[in-house]
Design a protein around this ligand. Structure first.
Ligand SMILES: [Ca+2]
Ligand SMILES: [Ca+2]
Length: 86
């Protein structure tokens, strides 16, 4: 077997589309209230993996929680996703 590793470069800038990211966040909304608490957000980040590891949950929460209720709604999440895709 010849090892053809000519096209092994990967484009892993954004492995998830915004829709997929939104889906991931929704999947981690354990109590189904349409918002992610810090704990739910943390698990969503862990699921997403290394791409978000430099993105601290506390920071993300503070940055995205514009109405200050301590949880990330879908609208706030949309902004967070856009931030993460810069
Ligand atoms: Ca929730
Ligand atoms: Ca909020």
């Amino acid at each position: 077997m010849g090892n053809s590793k000519s096209k092994t470069y990967k484009r892993v800038l954004v492995p998830f589309s915004e829709e997929q990211l939104a889906g991931v966040f929704m999947n981690h909304d354990r109590d189904g209230d349409g918002k992610l608490t810090k704990e739910e957000l943390k698990q969503a980040f862990e699921y997403l993996g290394s791409r978000f590891s430099s993105f601290r949950v506390e920071e993300a929460l503070r940055a995205a929680d514009t109405d200050g209720d301590g949880a990330i709604s879908m609208a706030e999440m949309g902004k967070l996703i856009k931030r993460s895709r810069k």
